[in-house]
Design a protein. Structure first.
Length: 351
């Protein structure tokens, strides 16, 4: 049976696609070394469109419009500039009512594109550009530690990692976010107080890495000007020990915090990436695994905090659960030493 995987790795090679939301210009070069803040592509976003019926205005058949149009596709025009005209005794003309750019001509009409702002796509992680995706972005390859989470607010930032956690099961007290947190990416615990996000915003922190977050805070978290990641989901849940150990042993390192939306179909995950120096590039993590003895797994249970353990045995035959259902299962040895039987659908491989 195929296993769901969350990558929590102390050293691996990551390959990340950085894509514009719309078509634009790719600025990076193949083989270029980039820093997280380097702009690798840009595009104009937030544009509006205007359709002008040239045939109706000039009172000519649609098939004759192309000959009367004085501008080319992609050309920029000013307001009141002539865009089409006829000649002769009863000459007519059409002037642009706006400043913009012609993007299409057909059916006796022209379409103008107006406004918009420049969106700059940052590399997000340090590494090497290994592929150019025409008009959309790049692929970047790098080595380091990666810790994937379950929820992110869609923002990205880099900075030094600091911690206000002393154990994986802490509640993040807003008072812990004082002036010492300014400009840093903060490793915190469970957030259930709106003051956490307000204080972080006032202090201009670069990001929050939370063990979990109250569902009531999600609307506020989505509006935060900095990235927020929940490693273990929603409700009061301690950070899984594998992620906590890896993050807490990398304090004061530069990290990239990409709180992109978790997409099951696209494979995108919110994650923390910690670039590390290597003499030889480590192997890439596998995106598909089958359950096997010896794997580190997380037990997924909506009614209790996640537990970490080692898969010790795959049951050959389906087991009967307390609710009467029969399902494939495995024996798991928890960190506490307890041995439990868990349905495979409630297991996730960490690696």
């Amino acid at each position: 049976m195929l296993a769901s995987i969350t990558h929590i790795l102390p050293l691996t090679t990551v390959v990340r696609r950085r894509l514009l939301p719309v078509e634009g210009r790719v600025l990076a070069r193949l083989g270029q070394k980039v820093l997280p803040s380097d702009v690798v592509a840009d595009a104009t976003v937030g544009r509006s469109h205007l359709i002008i019926d040239i045939a109706q205005t000039l009172r000519i058949p649609p098939q004759n419009v192309a000959a009367s149009v004085k501008i080319k596709k992609g050309q920029k025009i000013n307001k009141d500039e002539v865009i089409a005209e006829t000649t002769g005794m009863f000459a007519r003309e059409v002037r642009s009512p706006v400043e913009g750019r012609m993007v299409a001509l057909g059916g006796g009409k022209v379409i103008f594109e107006m406004g918009g702002s420049i969106f700059e796509l940052a590399a997000g992680i340090p590494g090497v550009v290994t592929e150019i995706i025409p008009d959309r972005g790049v692929v970047i390859r790098s080595a380091g530690a990666v810790i994937q989470g379950l929820w992110g607010n869609g923002r990205l930032e880099t900075g030094l990692l600091a911690s206000v956690m002393e154990s994986p099961d802490e509640i993040l007290d807003p008072a812990r976010l004082d002036v010492s947190a300014r400009g840093l990416i903060i490793l915190g615990g469970y957030a259930d107080n709106p003051a956490v996000i307000k204080n972080a915003s006032d202090l201009l922190v670069r990001g929050l890495i939370l063990s979990s977050i109250s569902p009531a805070l999600l609307p506020l978290a989505r509006q935060a000007p900095f990235p927020i990641i929940s490693i273990d989901g929603f409700g009061r849940r301690p950070m899984n020990t594998t992620a906590y150990k890896l993050l807490s042993t990398n304090i004061k390192r530069e990290v990239s915090l990409n709180a992109e939306i978790y997409g099951r179909l696209t494979g995108t995950r919110p994650e923390v990436f910690i670039p590390l120096p290597v003499s030889q590039e480590p192997a890439e993590p596998r995106d598909i695994e089958t359950f096997a003895p010896g794997q580190i797994v997380r037990v997924i249970n909506l009614t209790r905090p996640a537990q970490i353990g080692t898969l010790v045995q795959l049951r050959a035959n389906p087991v009967t659960l307390p609710n009467g259902l029969k399902t494939r299962a495995a024996g798991v040895s928890l960190e506490s030493g307890e041995q439990i039987i868990v349905p495979l659908t409630n297991l996730e491989v960490l690696g």
